[in-house]
Design a protein. Structure first.
Length: 104
């Protein structure tokens, strides 16, 4: 006796899981280049590459956020090539907050 597994249901499950993933690109609400997330704290971020963001506080770079699949990888440091990984999260705002905690 042979059991046949429907490929259609497997593809449906994969498609549903992909729809549930967070957005890969965070678009600023106010401006095409950057967004404010901290009000009076002077926090801004800008997309600098296809899958990368630069986070600044009061004009100084505090770190970078790389998008790897559905994960936001926050790295602290003023230079991208020497920034150290601090956190991986599925929530963009959490990645930004982790960089601000290190900068304070």
């Amino acid at each position: 006796m042979r059991t046949t597994v429907s490929r259609y249901s497997e593809h449906d499950e994969i498609a549903e899981a992909l729809r549930d993933l967070p957005a890969r690109h965070i678009e600023p609400a106010s401006d095409a280049a950057s967004a404010s997330t901290g009000g009076a704290s002077g926090v801004t971020w800008a997309r600098i590459d296809v899958d990368a963001y630069e986070v600044r506080q009061r004009g100084a770079v505090v770190g970078y956020i790389d998008v790897v699949g559905a994960v936001f990888v926050a790295s602290a440091g003023a230079r991208r090539d020497t920034a150290e990984e601090r956190r991986q999260t599925l929530v963009f705002d959490t990645a930004v907050a982790s960089l601000l905690q290190r900068a304070a």
